[in-house]
Design a protein around this ligand. Structure first.
Ligand code: DX5
Ligand code: ZN
Length: 220
């Protein structure tokens, strides 16, 4: 397992000052910028599209980890590649042909991830694991920040960790939703090595961001 990395979700940022918020989390020690794209159809919320990703791309050199919660998915891949995504993560339920969608992402020479909703079994990734760079285990139902961590997902993280280790490939295991200083150690001991956190990072103002990020990392 690699060093644990933190990917703040800008869903919890102040959108009126989005560029400054991205700069502040980069300065505070974030490893990635996690961007939650929602379409009001695949998930019951609407957020941002490629134009906003493009607008904040110049603020930092940190990799953009773009989580696409949109369906159908394929028509939008190129727009997010062009906007500057470094990783595009998709849900198996968001398109008819996950393997084709992953190939599409990889043909753009960026990283591809697959996200598992809380009710989606780990077995959904069995025949795509040799193609992907990241598996995202959702520990809330996608759509909103600030929800409670669903503990049953810890067992899925353990299963996915075993599946990843058996491949011998360099695949990140990301957990997303309800990650706090209390739940992060559980996710890490289950095998996660990349933590998404929105509300736990963007709280108490920009002066607190460095401490908020540090509080999620393993101690000692
Ligand atoms: C949920 C998103 C998450 C979410 C995380 O659909 O994918 O990235 O914003 O927010 P918190 O950390 O507040 O649960
Ligand atoms: Zn997300």
């Amino acid at each position: 397992m690699s060093k644990v990395q933190v990917a703040p979700s800008i869903l919890s940022a102040d959108f009126a000052r989005l560029g400054e918020e991205v700069a502040a989390i980069a300065e505070a020690g974030a490893d990635y910028i996690h961007v939650d794209v929602m379409d009001g159809h695949f998930v019951p919320n609407l957020t941002i599209g490629p134009a906003v990703v493009k607008a904040i791309r110049s603020v930092t050199d940190l990799p953009f980890d773009v989580h696409l919660m949109i369906s159908p998915i394929d028509a939008y891949i190129d727009a997010f590649v062009d906007a500057g995504a470094d990783i595009l993560t998709v849900h198996p339920e968001a398109g008819a042909h996950l393997h084709r969608t992953v190939q599409h992402i990889k043909s753009a020479e960026i990283k591809a991830g697959v996200a598992l909703n809380p009710a989606t079994p780990a077995s959904a990734i069995e025949f795509i694991l040799d193609q992907v760079d990241l598996i995202l285990v959702m520990s809330v139902n996608p759509g909103f920040g600030g929800q409670k961590f669903i503990s049953s997902q810890l067992r899925k993280i353990e299963t996915v960790r075993q599946m990843i280790d058996q491949t011998g490939r360099d695949i990140r295991l990301e957990v997303d939703g309800g990650v706090t200083p209390e739940t992060a150690p559980q996710a890490i001991s289950a095998g996660a090595d990349m933590l998404v956190a929105g509300s736990a990072v963007f709280k108490n103002g920009p002066q607190a961001y460095a401490a908020n990020i540090a509080a999620l990392r393993p101690k000692g």
